[in-house]
Design a protein around this ligand. Structure first.
Ligand code: NAI
Length: 468
């Protein structure tokens, strides 16, 4: 038995590596087990970071083609070099994963390379690539093994023609046609990337609206905007099968309302119908309690049903499957293990879709408040009336603030804007401090910035916006 650790974290995604660093900062002897060759988990290696790299590059390419000329920037022979774009993505990912290695060294977190499994409540066994097993004794274990893409019954993701987000982040050439199953986060971000790079993109979505769970107003407006960008949507449509015929995917789907059956053929199909927690055989065999959705059931201290075994991130039955939620849980868990009062406020977890424009939300939607019987008032302000958006020729979208009818406390915010992902931080902070819409309305916002639309939406709650 090697080393006596205070904490061993299994998994080095945003939940795991942050938990390991915070544990070490608090003076706990910490190790983090990772079976991939690089640290950072799905987010850094196959998710958030590579997708944002391609979103950025493809947007610049699209702007150079469509917008530059009208701004008086004349560029000739704009050409796509997809392999170079992919190389740039790879380099960014490499730099960031090396960054975590550096942070581990700086904070004295031991990186254990291999597949971690829990042999007993105080023993983690690591199996290296060469199948060598080493066991480590530890006082606490944190499971942070994340999630993986789900598929549909009978559909086999081969990462060549039928791909998950992993495959769709690494196409070697631009598909002529791309069918995307699922109009959620992944489906819409990757639809945007490949549409900008030249694919004909169709999204097939089961529900009658895109991005389920987000404010209906936002969902409707966003659908209109993406439609104008040339993405085709087949809503209310259930995919029933995909067959590969002569190197093409043939997709069968049925309209939920009319029962009309359709079939389309395509070069590539991206299945983006959600993710499932990575519950290994080891976790099931240990008898750690799971909920009905096969996620680890944790209490408010992130403790599983086995003492001194904690779990955080996509694998637990709390909050959305988002990297920043996992990070906060990682910090809270390290602090709880160190005897402090770690806490995550699940009412204030922002969510962002990094399309153009971006979509960002925090707190409750109108639909949720109606269900809960909470009376509310709304303030909305369009970017069409915001000077900075006008200067940038990007006037799509709006800010929508929902506040409690009686107390004026901000309960939820949704934004569609070029910089929605950045703007939402102000609202998350305001909500953490229990701000009223009046507090936001009376806060001085710099001119000319997009953030003035936030102030105006707050003013609009009291029917006194200045510019609309
Ligand atoms: P999602 O849950 O966001 O969307 C899946 C969509 O597929 C839903 O709209 C659902 O109605 C639809 N669907 C399900 N079955 C279907 C069928 N048979 N036919 C047609 N449509 C069907 O899942 P997604 O996009 O795969 O993302 C997975 C997770 O990753 C999410 O929880 C998200 O939070 C996270 N993520 C977050 C990102 C961000 O923060 N920007 C980016 C990418 C992923």
């Amino acid at each position: 038995m090697e080393n006596n650790f205070d904490v061993i974290v299994i998994g080095s995604g945003p939940g795991g590596y942050v938990c390991a660093i915070r544990s070490a900062q608090l003076g706990l002897k910490t190790a983090c087990v990772e079976m991939d060759n690089t640290l950072g988990g799905v987010c850094l290696n196959r998710g958030c970071i590579p997708s944002k790299s391609l979103l950025n590059s493809s947007e610049l390419y699209h702007k150079a083609q469509i917008e530059f000329n009208s701004l008086g920037i004349e560029v000739k022979n704009i050409k796509l070099n997809l392999l170079k774009m992919m190389d740039n993505k790879k380099k960014t990912v490499q730099d960031l994963t090396k960054g975590i290695e550096f942070l581990f060294k700086k904070n004295k977190v031991i990186h254990l390379k291999g597949k971690g499994s829990i042999a007993a409540k105080d023993i983690v066994t690591v199996t290296s690539n060469s199948k060598k097993k080493t066991s480590y004794k530890t006082k606490n274990i944190v499971i942070a093994t994340g999630s993986e893409p789900t598929s549909l019954p009978g559909i086999n993701i081969d990462e060549k023609i039928i791909v998950s987000s992993t495959g769709a982040l690494s196409f070697q050439e631009v598909p002529k046609e791309l069918i995307v199953i699922g109009g959620g986060y992944i489906g819409l971000e990757l639809s945007s990337v490949w549409k900008r790079l030249g694919s004909k993109v169709t999204v097939i979505e089961f529900l009658d609206h895109i991005i389920p769970g987000m404010d209906k107003d936002i969902s409707r407006e966003f659908l209109k905007i993406l439609g104008k960008q040339g993405i085709t949507f087949k809503l209310n449509s259930k995919v029933t099968g995909i067959n590969i015929i002569k190197n093409k995917a043939v997709i069968d789907f049925t309209n939920n309302k009319t029962a009309k059956r359709e079939r389309i053929e395509t070069d590539k199909v991206l299945v983006a119908v959600g993710r499932k927690p990575n519950i290994s055989k080891n976790i099931s065999e240990l008898g750690i309690k799971l909920d009905s959705k096969n996620k680890i059931d944790v209490n408010s201290k992130f403790e599983t049903s086995i003492k001194n075994i904690y779990a955080i991130g996509d694998i637990i039955n709390k909050g959305p499957m988002l990297a920043h939620k996992a990070e906060d849980e990682g910090i809270a868990t390290a602090e709880i293990i160190a005897g402090q009062a770690g806490h995550v406020n699940y009412d204030v977890i922002p969510a962002v879709i990094y399309t153009s424009p971006e979509v960002a939300t925090v707190g409750k939607t109108e639909e949720q408040l109606e269900k809960e019987g909470i009376k509310y008032k709304i303030g909305k302000f369009p970017f069409l009336a915001n000077s900075r958006a006008k200067v940038n020729n990007k006037t799509e979208g709006f800010v929508k603030i929902i506040a409690d009818e009686k107390t004026d406390k901000v309960l939820g915010v949704s934004i569609i804007s070029d910089v929605a992902g950045t703007l939402i931080a102000e609202l998350a902070l305001a909500m953490e401090f229990g701000a009223s819409s009046e507090d936001i309305a009376r806060t001085c916002h710099a001119h000319p910035t997009h953030s003035e639309a936030v102030k105006e939406a707050a003013l609009a709650i009291d029917k006194r916006p200045i510019h609309f």
